[in-house]
Ligand binder design. Structure first.
Ligand code: AP5
Length: 218
């Protein structure tokens, strides 16, 4: 089962992926998380990606595709075949290359879910988001705060604001998403797997909308 989760920055892809992992046993592949961990580890890939990410720009296709190829091969080798892709693909080139990678293992995208949401809500979510610098858990200062201010409930790590969650960078990230989303939606409509859901409600409501299709099941 291959689920692709699309949505603008702050639409809840990471939040929903965490639920799908916990409740449905998916394995999450988040290119944003992978890139951030490469930056933390100071790898060549991380050094290359950092300036793009800090400015809200997309990291070049070849860098991201190579990274996904490596991780996907590793997971498939470990016998995993139920994946959520969060934040990938972001360009048609990435989508084509993902199709190729999946095909090599007899897999294909089963569902491409596009979360739609108002811009004002996105800005509220992104400016209030805090993430754990150790385990990556996601919080929000008003809608899902940690029990102790600034400390992760799960691992005790420090909560920080992502460098690309500054208002000046947020606008550019949202514009980049808008210009790519329609093309990607058409691409997956062409495969008969695209589905659009409303993301303007509670985490649980959005989760129910994602799993509402028979293929995912409750
Ligand atoms: P990435 O990490 O993928 O970021 P993004 O797409 O910008 O998405 P976000 O992580 O910002 O938001 P989200 O939708 O996961 O929301 P979340 O669940 O955290 O990418 C970052 C950068 O990496 C890119 O800009 C690019 O540079 C690079 N990159 C990544 N992939 C790439 C690729 N394939 N190609 C090229 N470059 C790539 O929720 C947000 C907040 O809202 C949280 O505080 C949460 O608690 C809250 N929240 C969530 N749901 C709800 C709800 N229903 N109600 C109220 N609050 C909610």
């Amino acid at each position: 089962m291959i689920l692709l989760l699309f949505g603008p920055p702050g639409s809840g892809k990471g939040t929903q992926s965490a639920k799908l992992v916990e409740r449905q046993g998916f394995c999450q592949i988040s290119t944003g998380d992978l890139l951030r961990s490469s930056i933390r580890e100071g790898t060549t890939l991380g050094i290359k990606a950092k300036s793009y990410m800090d400015n809200g720009d997309l990291v070049p296709d070849e860098v991201v595709i190579g990274m996904v190829d490596g991780v996907l091969r590793q997971k498939l080798h470990a016998g995993i075949s139920k994946f959520i892709f969060d934040g990938f693909p972001r360009t048609v080139e990435q989508a084509r290359r993902l199709d190729g990678l999946l095909e090599q293992s007899g897999l294909k995208a089963d569902e491409a879910v596009f979360i739609e949401i108002s811009r004002s809500e996105l800005v509220k979510r992104l400016t209030g988001r805090r993430v754990c610098s150790s385990c990556g858990a996601v919080y929000h200062v008003t809608t899902s705060p940690s029990k102790t201010d600034g400390i992760c409930d799960k691992c005790g790590g420090n909560l920080i604001q992502r460098s690309d969650d500054q208002e000046s960078v947020i606008k550019s990230r949202l514009d980049i998403y808008d210009s790519a989303a329609l093309v990607l939606r058409r691409y997956y409509e062409g495969q008969g797997v695209a589905r659009v859901i409303d993301g303007n409600s509670s985490v649980e409501d959005v989760y129910q909308r994602i799993i509402s299709k028979n293929t995912l099941g409750p």
